[in-house]
Design a protein around this ligand. Structure first.
Ligand code: SF4
Length: 932
């Protein structure tokens, strides 16, 4: 029997363990606090003897020493004290099911009611960037000085819980009732929590009385502020110079505005290119003010020619900067400059799957039961819908599980929206976003949408003839993702399970049939449903054989297997192996079942369409879902057929398998996206501006031109206005061991520690592999801790977003990052003084995309490997200097930059810095002087 709690007394509980597996790992510390609304009443804390060695990582993380746990009591003794401390009270915890599962596995099964603060936070703080305990404490202004110790974490969790509870109590009564209604259909542990929280906005009803027929969406009926534009045409190239002039309109809008000749030069060139319908590659160094430099000519052209310009970016950061800062600034400046009012319209448009579909949301609320995950997402959305105008999922933080569920309520329909809902565009987030884009001169999109729209031949982005692509150094990769595909065994198994489960199409059709009267094609539908059930069973069996055959095929290859993943490229030679035929046979069996299944779904759809009018609503919902299913079946069938039987010459194919399960993923990517981009996108536009801070290598644009299919494009490079000789000390140690030398790792750690001392923290180290990052973290943590320096390692101490915040807030820290820190991360000002590049960022030679592309070239190393690595290297280097005031040190600890013939190309691709080529010892001296 579940214990239900006593007089609003709660127990906040936390454990520390030797690892995450409750079968093989052990508990090493337990902390708990008894508390009520006024605060902590009592505390319990005990170390636990695991009777095994503590992993180094756990000692680092918690600070718990081996001798401390060796002297502690066994869990069987500690657990008795803990059980009596907890009593019958409600247990509170962060990710509490992990703790309860661990305790239960070790012999203490607690049947108390429990609430998870992470789940509550997910709901009540839908926009929070992160739901870890540390982040929640920061978000709620709770000081958390001693993380990863059980008692401290339990105490902080109690404060977090009380604050979250008070936020729930402040919810609008109708909204709170909607959440209660959602939870009333779920067996989640939070059902009681939401029922018992007393609303302080008004008297909360004693029982659930609200039945949502329509989602509660106050304030969401506002129409877009679309208007008709009166566009002036009296502008020209000379205006750009006046606009950016020191005494021009920007001077009164931007604080400490400084005119930059480079910005003006770039803007004039872009203006000319757009007006002449040219294709232009333009590289703008850091600090040029590139975005304003292309926005102004794009805007002028759009206003003059009444022609829309689309701007595509890769990162959300840049999108937000354009929409929230740069475009409003240019608009404001232009208003006085051109003596016009509100003439410029601009908007942000995303892919369909980014917007919530209110029709699907309404259908979700009408479901009879919710799983724990569904209830949490539905409640979270209920709160978010209450204050979003965009319905854009990027406003909220979705967990991996949420993201899967999101696909069921997003506006992405395989086919068109259901006909009965197409008239409700005033309440449709997607329709509002599209209408705004239709009414805009400038539409900002991301590369993914740009590519998808080009693949589909348009239809999402409103018609446009002029395109600006910023952050173009990411374009090849994004085009590769969009033109490629991935079929995952897990996704298909889940899809089959969902189709077959109590909420799947079969169960829904059977339920609908009960409402149909005899004679209304009930018998036919019944018969087809029977056939579909059988098909699904056959498909499940055939699928299992196919994935097993693929998995075994990969495992039987002579591959050096990575700890987590095995990768096998599938080329002509692989397909010639005798075992491949077993995969072909398995696929043919799948194909036969899939054809049958699709046929039967089409028969079902036809039968449902012909039912009498009184069944119309049910039939319509079912046929819409069936249409989505048959589209999915077609896509799946085609992708598998191409992969197994009929590979395309222009594609790269490879299989990955996960080591912790038998999941198999089939990947496809185009070998050369340049040809595709040229045909599907660039050739269809009047003008194309491609820009980034890193397009050239060693002063040459040929690599980028070739990769993007822009051989005939004009090119231009505008140098950074920053004085890098004054800003950067570039350190190239002459006695650094090569990366494959056994002394390299120790030397790397020693140098990082010295640089960190000299820079007083404020150091970022860029790695090319997570294993190297992990090894370095272990090596430097104890050396830096006594001096008060904190090590923040990507993936170990937090996600990139959290680490960036912690690094900015805590100057005594060293940040260790891999791929996502090489580009797009802005750490301006004094927060970053030293940047260490551990290795030059070469691609892994066995990477299927890399190796397939390299094979096509006469001199792959010089034509592909070197330029690709230089562009990444330049991105990494660019993290240090973000503003004119920034100053610091860059240390390249890969000796190949000095010893190899290609080294000078890397150095020449950087701006001219003050450079030290010296012994490591002399380098320390130079660094200390430079940073002081
Ligand atoms: S119009 Fe389509 S996308 Fe929009 S809410 Fe209706 S069904 Fe969803």
């Amino acid at each position: 029997m579940i214990r239900s709690g006593v007089n609003n007394i709660y127990i906040s509980l936390d454990i520390e363990t030797t690892g995450l597996d409750n079968k093989t790992d052990e508990i090493i510390e337990i902390g708990a606090v008894r508390f009520n609304e006024t605060g902590i009443i009592d505390k319990y804390e005990s170390l636990v003897n695991p009777y095994k060695q503590l992993p180094e990582f756990i000692k680092d993380l918690t600070g718990i020493k081996q001798y401390e746990v060796d002297n502690a009591s066994a869990f069987s003794i500690v657990s008795q004290d803990l059980e009596s401390f907890i009593g019958d009270n409600i247990i509170i915890g962060q990710n509490i099911e992990f703790d309860l599962g661990f305790l239960s596995n070790k012999g203490l099964t607690l049947l108390n009611q429990y609430y998870d603060t992470r789940d509550i936070a997910h709901i009540i703080l839908p926009r929070a960037k992160d739901y870890s305990l540390g982040s929640l404490a920061r978000e709620l202004n709770i000081t958390h000085d001693n993380p990863h110790r059980a008692l401290a974490d339990a105490a902080i969790t109690s404060s977090v819980f009380l604050q979250l509870k008070s936020l729930v109590a402040k919810l609008d009564k109708t909204l709170l009732n909607q959440i209660r209604n959602i939870y009333s259909k779920s067996d989640s542990h939070l059902k009681t929590f939401f029922t018992t929280v007393n609303s302080i906005t008004s008297d909360a009803p004693s029982k659930i009385e609200y039945e949502a027929e329509e989602p509660y969406i106050p304030g969401h009926n506002e129409k877009t502020s679309a208007n008709t534009n009166h566009i002036r045409s009296s502008t020209g190239d000379d205006r750009i110079t006046l606009f950016f002039d020191q005494k021009g309109p920007l001077n009164s809008i931007i604080e400490n505005y400084t005119q930059r000749p480079q910005q003006n030069q770039l803007a004039c060139k872009v203006y000319k290119a757009i007006n002449n319908s040219d294709t232009l590659l333009v590289e703008g160094g850091t600090g040029v003010g590139k975005s304003m430099a292309y926005l102004l000519p794009a805007i002028l052209f759009s206003l003059e020619q009444n022609s829309r310009v689309v701007i595509s970016t890769n990162t959300i950061n840049l999108q937000e900067q354009l929409i929230n800062k740069d475009l409003p600034t240019v608009k404001k400046a232009l208003t006085s400059f051109l003596d016009t009012e509100n003439e410029l319209n601009f908007s942000l448009l995303k892919g369909k799957d980014n917007y919530l579909c209110l029709e699907k949301w309404g259908n979700l609320l009408r479901e009879n039961s919710f799983s724990k995950d569904e209830a949490r997402l539905a409640a979270k959305l209920a709160i978010w819908i209450n204050d979003t105008n965009s319905g854009d999922r990027n406003e909220i933080n979705l967990s991996a599980r949420d993201r899967i569920l999101w696909s069921k309520i997003s506006s992405a329909y395989s086919n068109d929206c259901p006909s009965h809902h197409q008239t409700r565009s005033s309440k449709c987030f997607l329709a509002i976003a599209r209408q705004k884009a239709e009414d805009s001169h400038i539409v900002v999109v991301n590369h993914a949408l740009l590519m998808r729209d080009a693949i589909d031949g348009g239809g999402v982005i409103p018609n446009y003839n002029n395109l600006v692509i910023d952050e173009a150094h990411n374009l090849e990769e994004e085009a590769t993702n969009q033109y490629g595909s991935k079929i995952s065994s897990r996704e298909l198994i889940d899809w089959l399970n969902e189709t077959n489960d109590t909420k799947g199409i079969v169960a829904k059709t059977v339920a609908a049939l009960e409402k149909f009267e005899a004679g209304s094609r009930k018998d036919i539908i019944d018969k087809v449903v029977g056939k579909i059930k059988l098909n699904l069973k056959h498909l499940e069996d055939a699928n299992k054989i196919l994935w097993n055959t693929l998995f075994n095929f990969v495992m039987n290859q002579d591959l050096s297997k990575d700890r987590r993943q095995t990768i096998l490229r599938i080329n002509h030679a692989t397909r010639k192996q005798p075992d491949w035929s077993a995969i072909e046979v398995s696929w043919e069996q799948n194909n036969t079942v899939l054809l049958d299944l699709k046929e039967n779904f089409l028969d079902l759809s036809l039968a449902l369409e012909n039912t009498p009018k009184k069944n119309a609503v049910d039939s319509l919902l079912l046929t819409t879902e069936i249409s989505d299913i048959t589209t999915k079946l077609d896509e799946f069938k085609k992708a598998l057929h191409d992969f197994v039987i009929d590979p395309h010459l222009g594609n790269i194919y490879w299989v990955t398998t996960e080591s912790n399960n038998e999941d198999v993923n089939l990947h496809t990517a185009p070998i050369h996206v340049g040809e595709i981009l040229k045909e599907k996108l660039f050739s269809k536009k009047d003008s194309v501006i491609i820009t980034s801070a890193t397009l050239s290598t060693n002063g040459d644009f040929e690599y980028t031109k070739d990769r993007l299919g822009l051989i005939d494009a004009e090119e231009m490079s505008v140098e950074s206005p920053f004085n890098y000789q004054k800003a950067v000390l570039l350190c190239l140690p002459t006695d650094m061991p090569n990366p494959d030398h056994h002394e390299y790792q120790n030397k790397l750690q020693e140098i990082i520690v010295e640089i960190c001392n000299a820079a007083n923290g404020r150091t970022m180290v860029l790695f090319t592999s997570h294993s190297a990052l992990q090894a370095t973290r272990s090596g430097i943590k104890n050396l830096l801790a006594p001096k008060g320096f904190k090590v923040l390692a990507q993936g170990l101490d937090g996600n990139p977003y959290n680490l960036r915040s912690m690094f900015m807030e805590n100057s005594n820290s060293v940040l260790l990052g891999t791929s996502s820190f090489w580009q797009g991360v802005d750490l301006p000002g004094d927060s970053l003084k030293a940047l260490v590049v551990a290795r030059l960022p070469f691609s892994v030679p066995t990477d299927p995309i890399f190796s397939a592309r390299a094979e096509l070239l006469d001199d792959p190393f010089n034509q592909y490997t070197i330029p690709q690595t230089i562009l990444r290297f330049r991105q990494g280097f660019g993290r240090l200097i973000r503003t004119e005031q920034d100053q610091g040190v860059v240390a390249i600890l890969d000796h190949r930059i000095l010893s190899k013939s290609y080294g000078p190309m890397f150095i020449n691709s950087l701006p001219t810095c003050t450079t030290v080529k010296s012994s490591i010892v002399d380098m320390y001296d130079a660094i200390s002087k430079w940073i002081k």
